[in-house]
Design a protein around this ligand. Structure first.
Ligand code: AHR
Length: 492
């Protein structure tokens, strides 16, 4: 029997709702077809935005959406995406499949999408191939309400009022596709570009996000914090979960994997705990007050593309194994919410670890989507002290079978989410809650074989169900959680 201890007296940090964010790039069928179909499409839409997808994203309470990239951001010139659509420039999307980008989805469309979803916009600017002036003018175009050339241009294009832009990224992966810069060079570039990301209104400050490290590049974090900390509000981190075996030609399929490959993915996902811990430790030395957030604005599984699809479109299916990755990763972020205040899974629709897939007018919700729906209850709660004993799994025995987080909302309801990462073994758990008299417990579970997934033939093969396999005890409850499952308890 494993012990699960929750201490409602230990209130640690607010779980910022933005931890439950998404990332959408001009890549494959994410923006075009996935989110935006245009006004004339037979697919039901409002101002070009797919109604089914918008409704699904509202349902998980999507708090923030990052756009336009990714690698695309450092090649994107925002003026190509404004004004009459017929006159917008066409370009080649060199990073992603070499397809024609017609710029029909641009700044105005992005703000309209966010309005319909009810989420905050997070825009990433172009450092790699854009100028300081171009970035500065984009911010002026979006956020300045007074009299200026860019504010006038925005009005000419139909938006009388400036938009609220709470988050702005100064470049993307500038250590890689965003210019192959050194940390030292980028830190200086960041200081220069960020200077001209103006706050035009005192009550609408823009949170400036610096490009952060690639996975375990601790040197990058050290240099950025040392050279640019006073000029940033957040530092990003990118880490993808994939099987990194150089002997393999491919990285592994989303649905076809053996037991070893299952645990390799779970172990790769658990690496996030170490990454967040070590990057936070560096940040703590330069910013002990934790003013600067760590923003994990690209994370998720990266598998081989589905056969017959454009390799540059990164279209992959999504199984219960991906749901396990989502559940454990979100628990890690909750636990580090004193520093991690935003995260954006890559990518919303039809790309990498998507929450939904589309096929023409059809849409399905992936197992990953259902995890976001269950975990929605954590948004803006207060993280509680909690601990679970657990067997260790994986080849080297360094992956916990049970990974949890617990929070409390304003009404005093405790939200506890537990992931059982074992492919097959259930876990008996006794949960004790300090100084808390349990009146009622309700729970939902997402479980199945690790390969289970939703397809266009069977859209509800993996879907959450009520979970009742628990018994109330004097100070909590006891339960048996099946292998390969994600469970959310609501304790009142
Ligand atoms: O999400 C796909 C790509 O992965 C992004 O464009 C880039 O930032 C990262 O390397």
């Amino acid at each position: 029997m494993e012990k699960y201890l929750i201490n409602p007296n230990q209130r640690i940090s607010v779980i910022h709702k933005n931890i439950y964010g998404n990332f959408s790039e001009h890549l494959g069928r994410c923006i075009y077809e996935g989110l935006y179909v245009g006004n004339d499409s037979p697919i039901p839409n409002v101002n070009g935005m797919r109604t089914d997808v918008v409704n699904a994203l509202r349902e998980i309470g999507l708090p923030v959406l990052r756009w336009p990239g990714g690698c695309f951001a450092d090649e994107y010139h925002w003026k190509d995406g404004i004004g009459p659509k017929a006159a917008r420039k066409k370009m080649i999307n060199t990073h992603w499949g070499g397809v024609v980008e017609d710029n029909s989805f641009g700044t105005h469309e992005f703000f309209e999408l966010c309005r319909q979803i009810g989420c905050n916009p997070y825009i990433t600017g172009n450092v790699g191939s854009g100028s300081v002036q171009e970035m500065s003018e984009w911010v002026e175009y979006m956020t300045f309400d007074g009299v200026s050339p860019m504010a006038e241009l925005r009005r000419e294009n139909g938006a009388e009022q400036a938009w609220k832009l709470p988050y702005f990224g100064v470049g993307n992966e500038n250590w890689g596709c965003g210019g192959h810069m050194t940390a030292e060079f980028y830190a200086d570039q960041y200081r220069r570009y960020a200077t001209y990301v103006r706050n035009y209104s005192a009550d609408r400050r823009i949170c400036k996000i610096a490009c952060g490290p690639n996975a375990a590049d601790y040197h990058w974090t050290e240099v950025l914090m040392k050279q640019a900390a006073p000029y940033m509000d957040a530092l990003s981190l990118h880490y993808y979960t994939c099987i990194r075996d150089p002997r393999r030609k491919k990285i592994g399929h989303a649905l076809e994997f053996d037991t070893n490959e299952y645990y390799e993915i779970v172990e790769a996902a658990w690496k996030m705990e170490e990454l967040v811990t070590r990057h936070s430790e560096i940040m703590n030395r330069y910013d002990p007050e934790k003013r600067i957030s760590l923003v994990v604005d690209e994370w998720g599984t990266w598998h081989d593309v589905e056969e017959g699809t454009n390799p540059g479109f990164l279209y992959q299916q999504n199984a219960m194994r991906d749901a396990i990755v989502a559940g454990l990763t979100l628990n890690i972020f909750n636990k580090h919410s004193d520093r991690v205040r935003m995260a954006n899974i890559a990518q919303t629709i039809n790309v990498l670890q998507a929450v939904a897939l589309t096929d023409g007018e059809e849409m399905l919700l992936t197992p990953t989507y259902h995890v976001f729906r269950l975990y929605r209850e954590h948004q803006n709660n207060t993280l509680l002290g909690s601990y679970i004993t657990t067997p260790m799994l994986g080849e080297a025995g360094n992956v916990p079978q049970l990974i949890e987080s617990a929070s409390i909302n304003d009404d005093g309801t405790i939200v506890a989410t537990i992931v059982n990462t074992s492919m097959t073994e259930s876990a008996e758990i006794a949960c004790q809650i300090a100084d808390f008299s349990v009146g009622s417990v309700s729970a939902e579970i997402l479980t199945g074989d690790a390969h289970d997934h939703n397809s266009f033939e069977n859209k509800n093969a993996v879907t959450p169900a009520d979970f009742t396999d628990f018994t109330l005890t004097a100070d909590g409850f006891s339960t048996v959680i099946p292998g390969c499952s994600v469970v959310r308890f609501l304790i009142k």
